[in-house]
Design a protein around this ligand. Structure first.
Ligand code: NDP
Length: 621
């Protein structure tokens, strides 16, 4: 495939673009399924047990009927950071609510063996200086991150009035009382003046709709609900319960990459059912150097986070403070993640250069497979044939090596669109049956599904208008946070604002912005926070004007959740100039235009006591 024709000038000798494009298309076509996203099953109804909490027992409590100043739905990083900033702004009456049994969001649910974050811990784990914590590793294990979420909750006194194992089922605005009535699956009917929704975008586990999945009589679970009672051990490994088990893992995305080497160490035999190989670049994790940590000056974390974001957003920086696999590939990431582009270069020429750089990077990643994996047929099957950002990039120094073990078998399912079927005791691919005792689904999550958008959390604004009705022709927000007709309601996420691989940085800017709006409303005595219809329309127009159409890129990609399993085209709803430009825009707006969302109380309205002084709610038993 490579080293045949040199048709690329001096840029990338040895690359044959046409041959690579043809190969990429063939590999994509092998995987496209007519049922697209319909191939998956929700972990609800008869499969609901796949989503149950295996970590914290659910306890009974009396329904809540009290009033709080701010209710934050979602206690992952988005909710925690917003709550922390609100505490900094003096808000005392604040309740965190989550379906999980504790704080942590992603890091509460995902505890599979080998779990790490592939973004540097010094950038990813927020509030390190504020909480006085230094991560032990450059790329932190999941348990260290989960404990840090607990540390944040304790530091900002966020456990005071939480409602865990609680799912909000309805938000209804009461115009007369100027508060939200919040109903939940625990029978609560509480009130909140402000509601912040930060319920995550990749949180609902999904299962492949494999015929016969319900017939399998062995043990099964999803990686985000790991059953250590069955496997033994913990996230570090030592899964001695698997010593006499034939284990199947379905899925080789970012999760599979991390879990598979650990399972391989302990299973009697491991079958890895792969449909599309991930890119597996060098990880090079290392313990934190205490001398380096001691040399850091106050403000170092913000500086490092900004530096990383600037590099990934295509901004000019003097120095790369991070120097890892992410900061080495910003131009490649531009295909999926918005940012600054060099407008002095003709777009067609820019695309030509980006594509060549992509081919070169992918050739390097493919040749790493040959360097590591001993069996040539297995190595061939592990090579990814698509452009770098068609799938979430992967990093590991253990994954490819696992396939050199005698107890690990790679089963390539690509020609069959995935696993063909399951029987009582086996996984079937084409004509071949693999008898197993246990099937572990590393098959990912439903995407972009905040309950507000999927409709599982109905929101009724002024006059009882449903939010989804107001958004019938697409989301309508000011900066992604607020919507006209839905006072004092804030949303975090990627819709109509910015995105980055270091999503916690994005969330911390969103948290800062929401807290600033609430604080301004308090300071000015505003009745509520709500954008005008005109401001909302202007932002929708801006998003549409600057939108980047990446349909062509997505259409050529191998199927996955980035392109709706090969069915999604169209433009991104993020702010195309990228997160650095977006954060600058928000800062300027806070400085100059915040008043436009502060709706004053009527002149004859009774003076409202400073709500920050309102004590916390009735507490959760
Ligand atoms: P993904 O959606 O990325 O991967 C799911 C895997 O399941 C894919 O390999 C998919 O194959 C496979 N699959 C699905 N259906 C079938 C089937 N019928 N037969 C065979 N295989 C099938 O989920 P992950 O949990 O791996 O990752 C989800 C996201 O979570 C990541 O993209 C990332 O954003 C985040 N994450 C981040 C980490 C970090 O370090 N920051 C670590 C782990 C996850 P195919 O590709 O062919 O569809």
């Amino acid at each position: 495939m490579t080293d045949t024709t040199t048709t690329t000038g001096d840029l990338c000798p040895g690359i044959d673009p046409e041959a690579l494009r043809t190969k990429y298309r063939q590999e994509r076509d092998r995987r496209i399924r007519p049922d697209g996203t319909g191939q998956y099953r929700r972990t609800a109804g008869e499969f609901g047990y796949y989503a149950q909490d295996p970590y914290t027992p659910r306890t009974d409590r009396a329904p809540l009927t009290d009033t709080v100043e701010v209710l934050v739905i979602g206690a992952g990083f988005g909710g925690l950071l917003t709550a922390a900033k609100l505490r900094d702004a003096g808000v005392q009456s604040l309740r965190l609510m989550d379906e999980a049994g504790d704080v942590g969001g992603t890091w509460y649910w995902n505890r599979y063996p080998g779990i790490h974050c592939d973004i540097e811990s010094y950038l990813y784990m927020p509030l390190l200086e504020e909480t006085g914590y230094m991560p032990q590793w450059r790329y932190a294990p999941g348990e260290e991150i989960r404990r840090h979420t607990v540390r944040i909750a304790e530091h900002y006194d966020l456990y005071r009035d939480t409602a865990f194992h609680t799912r909000a089922t309805e938000l209804r605005w009461d115009e007369e009382e100027t508060h939200w009535l919040v109903r939940t699956d625990r029978g609560d009917a509480m009130r909140a003046r402000y509601v912040v929704v930060s319920s995550g975008t990749l949180s609902q586990p999904k299962l492949p709709g494999i015929p016969g999945i319900e017939d399998f009589a062995g043990h099964t679970f999803h990686t985000s609900r790991w059953d250590y009672g069955y496997t033994g051990g913990d996230a570090e490994g030592g899964l001695d319960g698997l010593a006499d088990k034939r284990v199947a893992v379905v899925g080789t995305g970012a999760t599979g990459l991390q879990a598979i080497p650990k399972i391989a160490e302990d299973a009697q035999h491991l079958y890895v059912f792969q449909r599309t190989p991930s890119t597996v670049d060098v990880r090079a994790n290392r313990p934190t150097d205490p001398e380096w940590a001691a040399s850091l000056q106050p403000g170092w974390q913000r500086e490092r986070m900004e530096n990383f974001l600037e590099i990934l957003s295509g901004e000019d920086v003097e120095e790369d403070l991070v120097g890892d696999g992410w900061t080495a590939t910003p131009a490649l990431q531009r295909a999926m993640i918005t940012g600054k582009v060099d407008t002095t270069v003709d777009p067609a020429e820019r695309e030509r250069r980006d594509e060549l750089a992509d081919f070169a990077a992918m050739n390097r990643i493919r040749s790493r497979v040959d360097d590591v994996v001993e069996d040539p047929a297995t190595a061939e099957a592990l090579k990814p044939w698509y452009r770098y950002m068609c799938k979430r990039p992967g990093f590991s120094d253990l994954y490819l090596q696992a396939f050199n073990r005698d107890n690990v078998t790679l089963v390539d399912t690509a020609d069959h669109g995935g696993i063909t079927s399951m029987t009582q005791n086996a996984v079937v691919v084409g004509e071949d049956e693999y008898e197993v005792d246990c099937i572990i689904f590393a098959t990912g999550f439903e995407t972009g599904v905040s309950g507000v958008i999927s409709g599982t959390l109905p929101v009724h604004g002024r006059g009882g208008t449903p939010l989804l009705q107001a958004w019938a022709r697409g989301p309508r927000t000011l900066h992604g946070f607020t919507t006209h007709g839905f006072p004092n309601l804030f949303q975090l996420g990627t819709m109509q604002n910015a995105n980055s691989v270091n999503f916690v940085h994005i969330l911390s800017e969103q948290a800062r912005h929401i807290a600033a709006m609430v604080e301004s409303a308090h300071r000015s005595g505003a009745l509520y926070v709500e954008p005008t219809r005109a401001a909302e329309q202007a932002w929708c127009d801006t998003i549409a004007e600057v939108a980047v159409d990446n349909s062509a890129f997505l259409a050529e990609c191998t199927p996955g959740y980035y392109n709706g399993e090969g069915t999604r085209t169209g433009t991104s709803t993020s702010y195309a100039p990228g997160p650095v430009a977006f954060h600058r825009l928000l800062a300027a707006w806070r400085e100059d235009s915040m008043d436009e969302v502060l709706v004053p109380a009527a002149a004859d309205a009774p003076h409202r006591e400073d709500p920050r002084a309102v004590p916390a709610g009735q507490g959760v038993a």
